[in-house]
Design a protein around this ligand. Structure first.
Ligand SMILES: Cc1ncc(COP(=O)(O)O)c(C=O)c1O
Length: 365
């Protein structure tokens, strides 16, 4: 554990998530190295930078990227107030409630419905979003003429970018991806490419070739995760969640452990208490299925995960109180990939759900 992290335990925190800024920078460099020279890079820091801390991450990498992306207007406002000056694209939908903030905080809008043209205040820049096959938001290719007419009708807002989003770019040879690229290329041909054209999320940048257009738009890979769910040695997971053993107890063989006794002591031995639980993002479905690393040894988490605490089985090892326990992170047993696989979800969800009782600490800044 970094010394900086240690100081947070003295301030009453029960665990820290160390965020390795150098790892994020190295991931960004790797992603850009996969694109032709001159390609721009947009850093996606929505959802609190996938749990890594949006303002701190954005400020740390602002100089190395061309654009920042958020989902909510509120997220963009926060970044502006924290001093971010690079252009910020808001992926979310402009509404009559939030449209004034685009102008006030110099946020760039994503226009994906005809009514958005009329909502945005004069002077606001926008990127057009097309649905090339994602089936979520965006104009359909059949709406091209409607879009062109609206653009002509609304010269008070500034057309600056053209984008689409991929549904399965992390799968090489995916027919869904191939079809989307074909559709998007047609749209670009029709509207022209004299604006910033961008489509590639992490999956496309890592697993497809020649699809960078003018700019890549990476989220998860910048935090060190391959969207295909398999460890990728070229990407460094940036987050390590660390807590401590706060109690060590001896229990006799056969003792039931935690709520509903889903686990029993196989023999007399020690258990350790680690003060993190499902309220912090340690999903209860992980009960009896993961290991925490203590002094370099992987010890099984046993019994049901509770709101604030988990229990590790130490066997005959009596560990000193205050010893670090690596809860999640890295590329081994505790990896986010491993958690996601056990939870039958994606790495994105795991890091997003690490809660605000876990202090984010920035290392290698
Ligand atoms: C429009 C858009 N672009 C880019 C991204 C980044 O995707 P990823 O984290 O897979 O790189 C997202 C994330 O969901 C998105 O919604």
């Amino acid at each position: 554990m970094n010394n900086k992290s240690r100081s947070y335990f003295n301030k009453g925190w029960n665990s820290v998530a160390e965020i390795d800024i150098e790892a994020i920078k190295s991931n960004l460099q790797y992603l850009l190295s996969r694109t032709p020279p001159g390609t721009m890079q947009m850093a996606v820091v929505k959802a609190d930078a996938y749990g890594h801390g949006d303002a701190k991450v954005a400020l740390a990498i602002e100089a190395e990227v061309d654009w920042i992306a958020v989902y909510q207007v509120r997220e963009g406002i926060k970044l502006r107030k924290k001093g971010i000056t690079k252009p910020i694209l808001v992926f979310g939908t402009p509404t009559s409630d939030n449209s004034r903030f685009y102008k006030k905080f110099k946020l760039t809008a994503t226009v994906s419905r005809p009514e958005h043209f009329d909502l945005l205040p004069a002077g606001v820049a926008y990127h057009l979003k097309f649905d090339s096959g994602m089936g979520r938001v965006g104009f359909l290719p059949s709406e091209l003429k409607v879009v062109q007419a609206a653009m002509k009708r609304c010269p008070q807002i500034k057309y600056q970018g053209l984008m689409t989003h991929f549904a399965s770019s992390e799968v090489p040879g995916s027919p869904i991806f191939d079809n989307q690229i074909q559709v998007f290329n047609e749209i670009v041909k029709y509207l022209g490419s004299d604006v910033i054209v961008h489509a590639s999320n992490s999956g496309a940048t890592v697993h497809q070739s020649d699809v960078a257009f003018n700019m890549i738009r990476s989220g998860t890979a910048m935090y060190g995760f391959d969207p295909n769910g398999k460890f990728n040695p070229m990407l460094k997971p940036a987050m390590t969640w660390i807590s401590k053993i706060t109690q060590v107890r001896w229990l006799p063989a056969g003792s039931g452990v935690s709520y509903n006794h889903s686990w029993h002591m196989p023999e007399d031995g020690y258990v350790g208490i680690v003060p993190v639980g499902y309220a912090d993002g340690f999903n209860r479905l992980l009960s009896n299925r993961v290991k925490l690393s203590v002094n370099g040894t992987d010890y099984p988490q046993v019994g049901n995960v509770t709101m604030d605490q988990v229990i590790v089985y130490l066997g005959r090892d009596s560990v000193e109180i205050g010893t670090d326990a690596i809860v999640m992170g890295g590329g081994g047993e505790q990896s986010v990939y491993n958690w996601a696989s056990i939870l039958n979800t994606i790495t994105y969800e795991v890091t997003c759900k690490i809660g605000n009782r876990v202090k984010r600490v920035y290392v290698n800044e």
